[in-house]
Write a protein that binds this ligand. Structure first.
Ligand code: GDP
Ligand code: ZN
Length: 292
């Protein structure tokens, strides 16, 4: 039988097989010898050991589309990066770190600003102006009034989406809203997963429908690392790519070089100054970081 690992706790893997039916599985010993470890998000083949108790064995890990190291998850299609329009006001440099991290991992981004109900038109417009150049879909939503929740649902359909963002912005509220239409087989997912709650929080896949999953990934809030070269940073700002021809020719990092097309685009208002500011800050940080 085929299923998807929705959670892994202490050597047990919870494999979702059909509409919310979950088997508690161990991985076949051979995986250990081969140094292969099943990950949340993996599509797997299982043998059922006990139908009544819903216990099984993972016998095969199907080919992965991608895998992340921290958090250790597989087969992510995209990330929903969630910040609040206000309360708390978005920390733009932090938001840009999330975006850089997703670009580095080649994960497509949907940018979501929650708590629209608390925001004025001016704040919304301002955020839109800053990020429209990135090309990411941008949705202003309210988990409270449900405004534009449908838009998010459309963007998630048929995909496995990791939810990322700092705490307090309404990620749990959004997940609850998105999940509210899911009918769970009583005593399946929730009961089995409850047992793991005492340990630290784990990545968990939540089934919206057979093809649609959202992944609550606690590890995503602290993922930004400095383990790359400052010269790579420019690749992770999508709106820089359009005006890079001149710059590429002269090996430009868009910092102090003359005739820099990125700086010209900032001056013309094509690239938002706030984004360029973040770039400068992160660049400086990479330049000054300690090398070990
Ligand atoms: P998380 O830490 O990102 O999971 O955020 P929570 O879902 O726990 O929400 C943080 C706080 O913001 C809670 O007090 C929520 O009630 C509140 N909140 C969440 N979504 C909204 C929203 O759309 N509008 C308003 N006004 N408050 C919200
Ligand atoms: Zn340049």
């Amino acid at each position: 039988m085929q299923g998807k690992i929705i959670k892994g706790i202490a050597g047990f893997y919870y494999v979702n097989v059909v509409e919310s039916i979950v088997y508690e599985c161990k991985a076949k010993g051979a995986f250990r010898k081969e140094k292969r470890k099943p990950l949340v998000g993996d599509n797997v083949e299982i043998d059922i050991l006990d139908e009544a108790e819903r216990k099984g064995n993972i016998t095969e890990i199907l080919e992965r589309k991608n895998e992340l190291i921290r958090p250790a998850v597989a087969n992510i299609d995209q990330a929903l990066v969630v910040f609040a329009v206000t309360k708390p006001k978005p920390h733009l440099n932090l938001l840009d770190r999330f975006l850089v991290m997703m670009e580095r991992s080649q994960i497509p981004v949907v940018l979501c600003f929650n708590k629209k109900d608390l925001a004025g038109e001016k704040e919304i417009q301002e955020l839109y102006e800053i990020y429209k150049g990135t090309g990411y879909p941008i949705v202003f939503v309210s988990a409270f009034t449900q405004e534009n929740v449908k838009e998010i649902q459309e963007l998630l359909r048929g995909k496995t989406t990791a939810i990322a963002g700092p705490s307090g912005v309404g990620k749990s509220s959004l997940i609850n809203t998105l999940q509210s239409n899911v009918s769970m087989e009583t005593g399946s997912i929730s009961e089995k997963i409850e047992r793991g709650k005492h340990t630290t929080r784990h990545s968990e896949l939540i089934e919206i429908d057979r093809e649609t999953y959202i992944m609550d990934t606690p590890g995503f809030s602290s993922l930004y690392t400095n383990d790359f070269e400052k010269e790579e940073l420019k690749e992770f700002f999508p709106e820089f790519q359009n005006c890079e021809e001149v710059c590429r020719f002269q090996g430009c990092d868009h910092i102090h070089e003359p005739d820099c097309a990125v700086k010209a685009a900032v001056e013309k208002g094509i690239i938002h100054p706030k984004r360029y500011e973040s770039y400068q800050e992160l660049y400086q940080e990479l330049k000054e970081r300690k090398r070990y």
